[in-house]
Write a protein that binds this ligand. Structure first.
Ligand SMILES: *Cc1c(COP(=O)(O)O)cnc(C)c1O
Length: 420
């Protein structure tokens, strides 16, 4: 399939878009309008992913490897846990780093392993506000021909996120930057923009604008909506906790592909630019605010450009609301009391937004994307609920390893030295 840049540059193949990440004109690669697929979709996650992604890879260099890529990347499930007859939590945290980003990062890694030159080491450079870095590190850990360099803002990720980032070792280096996430992102952008530096280290990006991360995220919306339909629940609506809008964008694409999806509602934290944009039609990016749902602390969501390009009448395809820290806290407590379920602060934004949507009269079956396991945010969740959160085995294994991160000044010059 040919994809185009949001800034109008020439068309490229999906495989090319996955290799380069950002388009040369600075835009984001976006698939054309998709024809609805009528199935059959198959019965398990992996078959459904392959069915869904096949049209995107038709005629591509990666087409013959698609089945292998899916088998390699999708090694864990995305079950829906029903809290009541008509309300589900789509558990996206059963991967190695306990957040939904494992799906996209592992698919991207499996694609890049087949697309990059084998005669030299490729450097995957990522800035992370917490979860991306770990997912990307895990996906490329010990993969021949790759090394991973992670930049994260020192003191601004949860203690367990920080431990995770430094726990891989081998071909993964973690740097704790003396600055904010925006500083980390600026350094990474500058490194990619520096031709000499970028060529010298064969830099590749793995951030959330990459199509290689976006496309596979459609898979779990397919899985959840088709399973709900099979169970006689009808078509479902989703609430998606949102930061850069990568996860929710995949949900919109899945809907367009013909999956039984009704409404799509974005839930953000106090970084409310999306809710304001959808309410007023004016998009005004802001500096990001620190909140309890730190993986969504985004003031200028990078996929807005893709959303507006692809769906010019944005307000017709998606809705949004935002949740403050106080309400995140009360929602975590309330969800445990009402449903016996411990949720992370990001998922709490989704659960609260669903409560409001229902108060306004919404009917039908709704599913909230549970984007991370609460054990990653134990320092926030445990004091609220007054008991320990059981740690899933993959996360426990990572946390049992020693962790190491080097300090780094928030300058490109410092990064350039660190890369060598
Ligand atoms: C990254 C992340 C989000 C936000 O996802 P986007 O694709 O950036 O909208 C939400 N929750 C968690 C736990 C995350 O790690």
């Amino acid at each position: 399939m040919k994809v185009i840049s949001t800034r109008g540059g020439s068309e490229v193949s999906v495989s090319e878009a996955i290799s380069v990440g950002l388009a040369p004109d600075g835009g984001l690669y976006t698939p054309p309008s998709l024809a609805a697929h009528s199935g059959p979709w198959g019965h398990d996650l992996r078959t459904r992913v392959s069915t869904l992604l096949r049209p995107f890879f038709a005629g591509e260099v990666l087409e013959p490897s698609l089945e292998d890529i899916v088998q390699e990347a999708f090694t864990f499930d995305a079950p829906t846990k029903w809290l009541s007859e008509d309300t589900g939590l789509l558990e996206l945290f059963h991967g190695p780093t306990a957040a939904f980003k494992d799906f996209g990062a592992r698919f991207l890694a499996a694609c890049l392993a087949r697309l990059t030159k084998v005669d030299r080491v490729t450097t995957v450079l990522v800035a992370t506000s917490g979860d991306t870095g770990a997912a990307v590190a895990s996906a490329f850990h010990r993969r021949p021909g790759f090394r991973v360099v992670i930049l994260y803002p020192d003191g601004r990720v949860s203690p367990r996120q920080a431990h995770q980032l430094g726990a891989f070792g081998d071909n993964v280096s973690a740097f704790r930057v003396d600055g904010t996430f925006d500083d980390c992102q600026r350094m990474v952008k500058a490194a990619f923009g520096d031709r000499a530096l970028s060529t010298k280290h064969a830099l590749v990006s793995a951030n959330s604008i990459s199509l290689g991360r976006l496309l596979p995220q459609m898979a779990y919306y397919a899985q959840a909506s088709l399973s709900a339909l099979e169970q006689g629940r009808g078509s479902v609506s989703f609430v998606v906790p949102t930061g850069n809008l990568g996860n929710a964008f995949a949900c919109l694409l899945a809907k367009e592909c013909g999956l039984p999806i009704d409404r799509v509602v974005l839930a953000t934290n106090a970084n409310r630019v999306l809710a304001d944009f959808l309410a007023t039609g004016h998009y005004e990016p802001k500096a990001s605010l620190a909140t309890l749902a730190n993986a969504m602390d985004v003031g200028a969501p990078s996929n807005v450009e893709r959303l507006r390009h692809r769906f010019p009448e944005v307000a017709k395809v998606v809705e949004a609301d935002w949740v403050d820290d106080e309400t995140i806290r009360s929602t975590i407590t309330r969800t445990l009391e009402q449903h016996g379920e411990i949720i992370c602060p990001h998922t709490a934004c989704g659960v609260e937004v669903l409560r409001r949507v229902r108060t306004r009269g919404a009917k039908g079956t709704w599913i909230v994307a549970a984007t991370a396991h609460p054990a990653k945010f134990d320092s926030i969740v445990e004091p609220l609920i007054g008991r320990p959160v059981p740690v899933p085995p993959a996360l426990a294994e990572l946390l049992s390893r020693p962790s190491r991160a080097e300090p780094l000044a928030a300058t490109v010059a410092a990064l350039s030295v660190a890369l060598t």
